[in-house]
Design a protein around this ligand. Structure first.
Ligand code: GLN
Length: 279
């Protein structure tokens, strides 16, 4: 994606994303790591203890990467957040029980393609390239890629990233990674497996900027004094749920559930709970 097409979307971004205030607080890394070793299932009635897709068609297995507040993050040993709650509501509509698996972000699509997981839901942006591998549901939220820098940084906007000899931290395989690598070049990009690691690299001066989705960005900036988000957004994107190409039936069922949950106000209420529009 070239910068010119992104600029077209900036007005929308300013009116949508930047009007929203974050209530998310990033978890300390030690706590996150401790939690990772524990159960990540959202709900289950005992019996099956497997951690991948089971033959029980009543179980809806969702793959996510639970380091993306407020969409998915750990609260104690449970994965919570906007995606977890929407998925639970979808599972409820379909008469299924939700099971959440926490995996690396860039392994979600392969796991969905192979049938290991029924669906992937991880603040995942719809892109043309991903659409060649998986089917997406209708979009349920808007995401914006933003740039985090140190408060006293010489980087003041996207153009400064092109002009300087800067290193940019990203989460591997995300749209931040894909687009910035395309626009600025691979040599300028340092990839981390978690967004939080990219932010820590910024704090310790290993990179000069981080490109990441706006809501986690707010949580990370709140948790790390001395950082700020540049006012100019980089891209505006749709978040949707992904499914195996050969499982159109589930995609259609989920779209039906999403439609009902949108119409009855459930989706808006879940988003409002985590991203209050009045600050
Ligand atoms: N929205 C970004 C993407 O889809 C990042 C998602 C994430 O890190 N969970 O690539």
């Amino acid at each position: 994606m070239k910068i010119f097409s992104k600029i077209l979307a900036l007005g929308l971004a300013l009116s949508l994303g930047f009007a929203l205030a974050s209530c998310a607080v990033a978890q300390p890394e030690e706590e996150i790591e401790a939690n990772k070793a524990t159960s990540v299932e959202a709900e289950k009635d005992g019996g099956d203890t497997g951690n991948t897709k089971t033959d029980d068609s009543k179980v809806l297995v969702m793959a996510t990467n639970a380091y993306f507040p407020p969409y998915e993050y750990y609260e104690g040993s449970e994965i919570t957040g906007i995606d977890a709650e929407i998925a639970k509501a979808i599972a409820g509509k379909l008469g299924m029980e939700l099971q959440i698996e926490d995996v690396e972000f860039d392994s979600i699509i392969a796991g969905v393609q192979s049938g290991k997981f029924d669906m992937g839901m991880a603040g995942m942006t719809v892109t043309e390239e991903r659409q060649m591998s998986v089917n997406f549901s209708d979009p349920y939220a808007t995401g914006i890629q933003v740039i985090i820098v140190k408060e006293d940084s010489a980087i003041t906007d996207i153009d400064s990233l092109y002009d300087g000899d800067y290193l940019i931290g990203v989460q591997q395989g995300t749209t931040g990674d894909i687009y910035i690598s395309e626009d600025i070049g691979d040599d300028a990009v340092i990839r981390y497996s978690k967004g939080n690691d990219a932010v820590l690299a910024l704090v310790s001066g290993k990179v000069d900027a981080v490109v990441i989705d706006n809501e986690p960005a707010k949580a990370y900036v709140d948790a790390n004094p001395g950082l700020k988000i540049l006012e100019t957004p980089y891209t505006v994107e749709d978040y949707a749920i992904c499914f195996a190409k050969d499982n159109e039936e589930l995609r259609d069922q989920v779209n039906g559930a999403l439609k009902e949950l949108t119409e009855d106000g459930t989706i808006a209420a879940i988003i409002e709970k985590y991203i209050p529009s009045n600050g």
